[in-house]
Write a new protein. Structure first.
Length: 440
């Protein structure tokens, strides 16, 4: 590199190198497979567009609560063709995964795709950062790949402008990553009164938003008090509904969540301070509840020095987050006991957390007391329903998109198996295959 290159230039080139690495390691793979004819891996070639791909493992979880054994998953042309008796599909490329469990790809209903630590400072990207819009897109692409490689095949990003080109490139098949839905930017107290908020929703729809994100309360770092009136929430959620879009609301406390439910919003994010009365109202009104019990806190505490001093990431803010940990866990445990309340899987993955999404499910089971199968369903078919994708993804059903993962072990008996991903397929393309990680 020329001696006159700046740190910013070096940082940008490092990002470009990482992007190139993503492309190299995301090449669809078939090595390590076997065929019915017993060919060596070196004799294999990628399946043609009409050829079947078969995945065989000890068990299949369909994402809706069923466990199937003695079966194989058959994929053709990017979709699930069948769950057949083992050995029933001839002439296919076969992935043999002894000791593993096959299940739908995980669906995280709350991430921040573009959040990152700047290459130059190592600290959270902020208004003072020197990286460019192009840099932010590359960081978002890197985060997308990290989540896909960890077994997350669909995300809802809530959200930033950098999401849009990444979402579109993934949808075209030119960039590896999970399916992305984005809010682009949020509705906040600064968006104005009801009329201004309606206009803001119109603008987001015009910009290509898939969902409307609303800040109905302040951050937990400053107490989580309501920030929008009933009239403002009525305007935001009502306008989103008129456009046929869902509205999800950042709401920590009872008052903001209750207003959101009365406004016809679709989903409550966080809800760390919710009481039973409010949780029962959410169930009655048919809202989804997306609690964040672990990863968001653990990641902030592990990276405190990279956040501290930016915005409301103050010493007092970190103190309030530490105080909120048992409160958020208590709200989650209470929610598990509310009949008819749909609890979905979301992590609020921000800078430092992408690719560790599964730890939220592990914590919910081990510390929160959730049944492992219920946790898996919350991250597959139920999460898909919350995104209105229940006829496309989230379950291993003939005709659905072939978004499939395999993990070593049985997550219904040890939820920690979700950490050990040995195969990732999205849309019928295998992006990760590590057969040596499987322990029979």
């Amino acid at each position: 590199m020329p001696s006159g290159a700046t740190d910013a230039t070096r940082g940008h080139r490092a990002l470009m190198a990482r992007a190139a690495a993503i492309s190299v390691f995301a090449i669809p793979v078939v090595s390590g497979c076997s065929t019915d004819a017993g060919q060596d891996a070196s004799d294999l070639h990628p399946a043609g567009p009409d050829a079947a791909v078969v995945i065989r493992a000890d068990r299949i979880l369909d994402g809706r609560g069923a466990v199937l054994t003695g079966r194989e998953l058959v994929v053709r042309d990017g979709r699930i063709e069948a769950i057949a008796e083992e050995g029933a599909t001839a002439g296919a490329v076969v992935y043999e995964l002894p000791g593993a469990t096959v299940l739908p790809g995980l669906i995280d209903t709350h991430v921040h795709l573009g959040w990152h630590f700047d290459a130059e400072t190592g600290r959270l990207h902020s208004a003072e950062s020197t990286d460019t819009a192009e840099d932010r897109v590359l960081y978002a692409a890197e985060n997308a790949w990290n989540m896909l490689a960890s077994g997350v095949t669909t995300v809802q990003s809530l959200g930033g402008p950098e999401d849009v080109p990444v979402r579109d490139a993934i949808a075209r098949g030119s960039l590896p990553g999970p399916r992305v839905l984005t809010s682009i930017e949020p509705i906040t107290a600064g968006s104005g009164g009801p009329e201004e908020i309606r206009a803001r929703v119109d603008a987001l729809v015009e910009a290509g938003a898939d969902v409307i994100k609303i800040f109905g309360s302040a951050s937990i770092r400053v107490g989580g008090a309501p920030t929008l009136s009933q009239e403002q929430l009525d305007a935001a959620c009502g306008r989103a509904s008129e456009h046929g879009l869902r509205a999800v609301v950042h709401a920590h406390g009872p008052e903001s969540a209750q207003r959101s439910a009365l406004a016809g919003c679709r989903q409550i994010e966080h809800g760390a301070l919710l009481d039973r009365e409010t949780l029962e109202l959410l169930a009655e009104r048919g809202l989804y509840y997306d609690p964040h019990t672990h990863l968001i806190f653990e990641n902030y505490f592990a990276n405190q020095d990279r956040y501290l001093g930016i915005g409301n990431y103050t010493e007092d803010g970190f103190r309030q987050m530490r105080q909120a940990v048992p409160t958020a866990l208590g709200a989650f445990r209470e929610a598990l006991d509310v009949e008819g309340l749909d609890i979905v899987f979301g992590t609020d993955a921000v800078a430092g957390a992408h690719g560790r999404n599964w730890t939220e499910l592990v914590y919910r089971v081990r510390e929160g007391g959730q049944d492992p199968m219920e946790a898996i369903v919350s991250a597959t078919s139920l999460a898909a329903a919350s995104l209105e994708l229940e006829e496309t993804v989230g379950a291993l059903v003939p005709g659905f998109e072939a978004d499939v993962i395999a993990v070593a072990g049985d997550p219904t008996s040890d939820i920690g198996a979700l950490e050990h991903v040995v195969l990732v397929m999205r849309g019928g393309v295998v992006y990760r295959h590590r057969p040596l990680a499987v322990t029979p």
